[in-house]
Every structure is written in C-alpha cells, then in structure tokens.
Unconditional design. Structure first.
Length: 269
C-alpha cells in the first residue's frame, strides 16, 4: 500500500508540474501579446465588419465589455500558439505508461489532432464566416441596422471555431476506433448513411439557418469521415499484408500479444 500510495503521489506531482509548465507558457504568451489585444480582436472581427454596410460598426452593451472581450481573444490566441507545447506536456505525462507499439501511433495522432483542429478553425474563419455574416446582414429587414455586440460576436465565433475544430478531428476518431478494435472498416461503411444524416443534423444545430453554412459544416464532416475510413483501411491492410513483420492475427489479438511480450521482458529485467 505504501508503494502504491507513493506511486500515485508521484504521478500527481508530475501531473501538477506538467500542468504548471503548460500554463506558464500560455501566461507568458498572453503577456507578450497583451499590448496588441485590440489588434487581435480587430483581426477576429474583420469578417463581420467586412459584411456590414458602409458605415456599419459593432457595439458594446456592457461597461466592461470593451476591455474584457479583447483580453479573452488574446488569451485564446495565446492558448492556440501554445497548443503544441500543451500537447507535448500531455504526451510526456502519458508516454511512460504506454508500450512501444502504442507510442508509434500516438505521436502521429497527436500531431494530426493539432493540425486538423487548427485547420478547422482556419476553414471557419476564411470560408464560413464571410458566408454566414453576409447572410445575416442580407436578410435584415429594411430600416434595421445590424450592429452586433462584441461580446455576443465573440461567443458566436468561439462556437463556430469549436464546431469546425472538432469536426476536423473526425479522421483521428475513426482511426482510433479501428485501432482499438471497437469497430471495423466494414462496419464504418455500413453506417455511412446514418453518418451523413447526422452530419446535416449537426450542421443545422451549430450554424445559422441558411442552407449554405449548414452544407459548409455537413459536407466537410462527411468527407473527413470518408478520409478516416481510407486511412484506417490502409493501416489495417499494411498490418495484414504478406511479408510484413506483423502476423495475420487480428489487430486486437496482436496488441494483446505485444503487451504480453513486453510485460514478460520487464519482469525478466
């Protein structure tokens, strides 16, 4: 019990240290970016301002909003810049408990997760925002001036960023499900019609009520699902191909056998 408690406490201490290192980098980047907080918010608001009629502007309906909204945007930018370091700290904490074959697939998946999430945010900012805001301004009744509150705009932008960022993680999720043996590539193909319907339902929930923006979320979700199936099929095919170092046993059985061999090697040491 004493050894178990010591191990548990040591893990907690290491987790605390890793968390503090990640937070420290975010704070340092935030402090470095703070003098340009207004410029960073202006960059975020650019798609909305470009869609407004000439002379249109955004408003602040609360006393502290003009200060706190740019601060929140700057903090978000600092976190995005520190995202590779944050994921590295997470990986450094988890990696010692993984087997070698798990580490081989872990690093590419972590890198792919960061790249795909940022790609999803970029897709939302450069392609979706102009369409959505153009639709909102275009359907405003005659005589109504569209003047969005900057706090509401930030919440809306973060919602779309999260929706598209998570959507672009679909290939990683599909590969993980196949890798863990929870679902087969054949099953993923069989449930394709349900995934397509679910993609359009998600698009209807997280985007404004125009058909174009719904398609701009649903179609990438569908395409990325198909991409995940292709990658998962390539991985399983490489493992079962003749002449490789892998045996023709199922992936789940192969992982279990590798775990058993590495455990026996540790015991012998």
């Amino acid at each position: 019990m004493n050894e178990a408690e010591e191990t548990f406490i040591s893990h907690l201490i290491e987790m605390r240290d890793r968390l503090l290192r990640a937070v420290a980098v975010v704070v340092v980047l935030f402090i470095a970016l703070f003098p340009w907080a207004q410029d960073i918010y202006a960059l975020l608001a650019k798609p909305m301002l470009a869609a407004l009629p000439q002379g249109g502007q955004m408003i602040a309906t609360e006393v502290t909003t003009p200060f706190f909204v740019p601060v929140k945007v700057t903090l978000m930018a600092a976190f995005l810049l520190a995202l590779p370091w944050v994921f590295y700290q997470l990986w450094a904490f988890v990696a010692p408990g993984l087997y070698q074959h798990e580490k081989r697939i872990g690093v590419p998946l972590v890198v792919a997760s960061v790249v795909l999430f940022l790609a999803g945010m970029a897709f939302a900012y450069f392609l979706v925002f102009p369409v959505v805001f153009g639709f909102i301004v275009g359907v405003a009744p005659e005589g109504v001036a569209v003047m969005t509150d900057i706090g509401k705009y930030l919440d809306f932008a973060l919602t779309l960023f999260m929706a598209f960022g998570i959507t672009f993680e679909v290939p990683v999720a599909v590969v993980l499900l196949v890798k863990m043996g929870m679902v087969s590539v054949t099953k993923l193909r069989e449930i394709r019609p349900y995934v397509v319907v679910g993609a359009f339902v998600i698009g209807a929930i997280f985007t404004p009520p125009d058909v174009i923006s719904q398609f701009m979320l649903a179609v990438p979700l569908w395409v990325l699902y198909e991409l995940g199936i292709v990658v998962a099929q390539l991985i399983t095919r490489n493992k079962s191909a003749p002449g490789t170092d892998y045996s023709p046993m199922s992936e789940t059985d192969l992982d279990a056998e590798l775990d058993r061999i590495e455990a026996e090697t540790r015991d012998q040491k």
